[in-house]
Write a protein that binds this ligand. Structure first.
Ligand code: ZN
Length: 173
């Protein structure tokens, strides 16, 4: 799971430190759960580990239990990584991207576009009409653009994200 590019992207968004967060989570998943033990195991500075854990906790990706220290020198925190929360984050990320693409598709479908031949400057009908179908940048004449290919590309993109995320969540679960 930790080698998955989508998961790594999420960890960068949350902790801004992918390398340390992958090491910290790897430790927790292998049963090394206290910040001190993780520091010992990975050689990463304790302050960095605590920051990663704090960020993961803020994002709902990690929880902790306080364990009384048998030597009574203070409390120890045992951390747990919430794998199912990663799936939720991927889902909501997918929903956002998907909504953006959906918006673009609607924009393409609801508008008529005109382009100039030489430079591909693109205008909506109203703008093209305002300029008498002459490109205001290069002066070339504007021709109606068939945007069905653009729409098709957007639909493909949406489909690709959808199947990629499904694949991803299956591999995580
Ligand atoms: Zn032009």
């Amino acid at each position: 799971m930790l080698t998955d590019p989508i998961v790594q992207e999420i960890l960068i968004d949350i902790t801004h430190d992918e390398e340390s967060s992958v090491s910290v989570i790897g430790c927790i998943l292998s049963g090394v759960t206290s910040d001190f033990d993780i520091a010992e195991e990975t050689g990463i500075n304790l302050t960095i580990i605590r920051k990663v854990l704090y960020d993961l906790h803020s994002a709902g990706l990690a929880t902790y239990n306080r364990i009384e220290d048998p030597d009574n020198t203070g409390d120890i925190y045992s951390w747990k990584f919430k794998q199912e929360r990663v799936c939720e984050i991927i889902q909501s990320k997918y929903v956002n991207i998907s909504a953006e693409i959906e918006k673009s598709i609607k924009y393409e479908e609801e508008n008529m576009f005109f382009v100039c031949k030489s430079n591909n400057h693109r205008y909506k009908f109203e703008n093209a009409s305002d300029h008498n179908f002459e490109c205001p940048i290069c002066g070339d004449s504007l021709k109606h653009q068939d945007n069905s290919k653009i729409i098709l590309e957007l639909l493909k993109e949406k489909e690709a994200i959808s199947s990629m995320v499904k694949l991803n969540i299956n591999s995580i679960i």
